[in-house]
Design a protein around this ligand. Sequence first.
Ligand SMILES: C[C@](O)(CO)[C@H](O)COP(=O)(O)OP(=O)(O)OC[C@H]1O[C@@H](n2ccc(N)nc2=O)[C@H](O)[C@@H]1O
Ligand SMILES: Nc1ncnc2c1ncn2[C@@H]1O[C@H](COP(=O)(O)OP(=O)(O)OP(=O)(O)O)[C@@H](O)[C@H]1O
Length: 309
Amino acid sequence: MNSVTVQVPAKVNLQLAVGAVRPDGYHELVSVFHAVSLYDEVTVTRADELVVTVEGENADDVPVDRSNLAARAVALLADRLGQSPDVHVHLRKGIPVAGGMAGGSADAAAALVACDTLWRGNTPRDMLRRLGAELGSDVPFSDLGGTAIGTGRGERLAAVPTVGVYHWVFALADGGLSTPAVYGECDRLREAAGTPVPDPAPSESLIAALRAGDVPALGATLTNDLQDAAISLRPSLRATLDAGLAGGALGGIVSGSGPTCAFLAADEAGARTVARALAASGTCRTTRVAFGQVGGARVVPQRLRSTAP
Ligand SMILES: C[C@](O)(CO)[C@H](O)COP(=O)(O)OP(=O)(O)OC[C@H]1O[C@@H](n2ccc(N)nc2=O)[C@H](O)[C@@H]1O
Ligand SMILES: Nc1ncnc2c1ncn2[C@@H]1O[C@H](COP(=O)(O)OP(=O)(O)OP(=O)(O)O)[C@@H](O)[C@H]1O
């Protein structure tokens, strides 16, 4: 076996409750993660040195040096397995870059699975997730997929029972937002308001909607504590949210740290209607239609691989 390809999904946070800053600088979270059908594909191939190449929309915004999260994942696993990290990592980006949908984290999770397969490390999946948490708070969920509650800084996961299919429209913006900057803005806004920061807790109505597969109820209970901060840094997001809701979405929120906005539609046809309304409004760069929940990082069987890098 000379190369391995892993497909890995984007995420949207159905609830993102942000608590106080911890001594280590991270915020205590309750995050209801949901994996959706926008995918990156990560292919690792044996090579003379560790190199990264990237294809897809805004590929130029993705670093190809050792700061790339996938390259860091390769180096970390190589170190743990006592293995040389010399592989070619090729990223085929379908997840918006710096869009609040965990694109870099997805690539890290996929690179861990791909290299462990290539090197026959046989590392248990929960161990790969623990390694992933060293690279970023969203990485373990990118590996797990489905729908799950994340606590701590978002890395401690428990699957949430869910029924039904959820149809989503994502409004992509020009340019990204920096995750630390959005958390920082959230703190600044809270300090200015002078209100105490509540301990984050799961929304019972949201969990009930997921258990029942109640799409309108889910649309009504989407929340994101980083939304005001993202809008404060990118005021045009308000118009994007308004346009999606006016276009018939059952709910709309900023995805994670933004600037992508996520809209829940009643069904597949409804999603296409919302996407058209968003495109006509001129309030976003482009749209993507997707569904959830989907599984996490998985090896693509060789016979199903579309092209070699
Ligand atoms: C916004 C979310 O995407 C929601 O799922 C995540 O919380 C961010 O996860 P991520 O991109 O994997 O973030 P990390 O790489 O772990 O952290 C990047 C930066 O985000 C901020 N950060 C992240 C997670 C957290 N619980 N509290 C934080 O304050 C910190 O400034 C941190 O330095
Ligand atoms: N493999 C990667 N793919 C995309 N960006 C990467 C990658 N590795 C490092 N980065 C850097 O990380 C930054 C954030 O990109 P990413 O797509 O992970 O953002 P995000 O989806 O907002 O993350 P999150 O939702 O986890 O906060 C990019 O601007 C880029 O410089």
